[in-house]
Ligand binder design. Structure first.
Ligand code: DO4
Ligand code: MG
Length: 275
């Protein structure tokens, strides 16, 4: 089942049909004692709504904070070590990749999250900007994984590489976090064979494409979630990006007008243009 937030309310999709969700409050939905059963009952008892196609899609978020895990794929470890080697910070990334405690950082307040079809941004003071396509968990206030979505952890690699202490500036700025198009509400974690794909088009041509699978994700999503909730409470729940396994070649930097398409098959495609 997929849960959508739109300008005209919330919808659940099952087998190609869309049903209106009477609960208008996203935070209340996320906090539901059993969201899957609640949505399942709506689908079983309701009539499909025909007005979904005309609804304006919004980011599937209420007031949740967005957090992110880093260096959870070998490819990400390698890229960070290379970009930070001149600053002497490379070794931190190697250590965190194999440490028991994961890297977790604050990514975005809900108000700063960009929805599907809306523009993401690159920093004006960065020279090397990339998208990071990431499976993103939705956690309820009890820290349970209730579903997942697609996240784009837009990043400024030159700022991050200059000094690891600049990470918040490389990661947190207006238009740096996109989520959507929906929440896949599932009781099971996605299989390790699940593909994450990205395509970046410039002036109508594919400038970069790449893919990875969840088999390359070194950390167990449930363990990442447990670390996030260890000593921090989230009364509205939280999103947790699980890290990137796709890094474009070093010569590549995003440009204004680029179109970023991230696909995780059972969830859908998140598409944003760089403004
Ligand atoms: O440590 C820097 C951030 C890493 C990150 O965002 C990722 O691996 O996805
Ligand atoms: Mg990332």
């Amino acid at each position: 089942m997929k849960l959508y937030r739109t300008g005209s309310g919330n919808y659940v999709e099952e087998s190609g049909s869309y049903y209106r969700v009477p609960e208008p409050d996203w935070d209340a939905l996320v906090a539901h004692a059993d969201l899957r059963a609640y949505l399942g009952a709506l689908v079983a008892g309701g009539a499909p709504a025909g007005d979904f196609p005309s609804a304006r899609m919004e980011a599937p978020i209420g007031t949740q904070e967005v957090w992110a895990a880093g260096v959870t794929y070998f490819r990400s470890r390698d890229a960070r070590m290379a970009e930070a080697k001149d600053s002497g910070g490379g070794n931190f990334y190697d250590r965190v990749y194999s440490a028991e405690r994961p890297e977790l950082f604050f990514k975005a307040a809900a108000a700063r999250v960009i929805g599907p079809g809306r523009p993401v941004r690159i920093r004006g003071d960065a020279k090397w900007s990339v998208p990071e396509p990431e499976l993103t968990l939705l956690l309820n206030p009890r820290g349970q994984i209730v579903g997942c979505t697609i996240g784009n952890d837009m990043s400024s690699r030159d700022i991050e590489g200059e000094n690891p202490l600049y990470l918040p500036q490389a990661k947190v700025y207006d238009g740096s976090c996109a989520l959507g198009p929906c929440i896949l509400v599932t009781g099971d974690l996605l299989p390790r064979s699940t593909q994450i794909q990205i395509e970046i088009a410039r002036a109508g041509r594919v400038e970069f494409s790449g893919s990875t699978t969840l088999a390359e994700l070194k950390r167990d999503p449930a363990t990442l979630a447990a670390y996030l909730f260890r000593e921090t409470s989230f009364p509205a729940g939280a999103f947790l990006m699980t890290g990137t396994g796709i890094v474009p070649p070093d010569e590549f930097s995003l440009a204004h007008g680029d179109r970023i398409r991230i696909t995780i098959d059972p969830i859908g495609t998140l598409e944003n243009e760089v403004s």
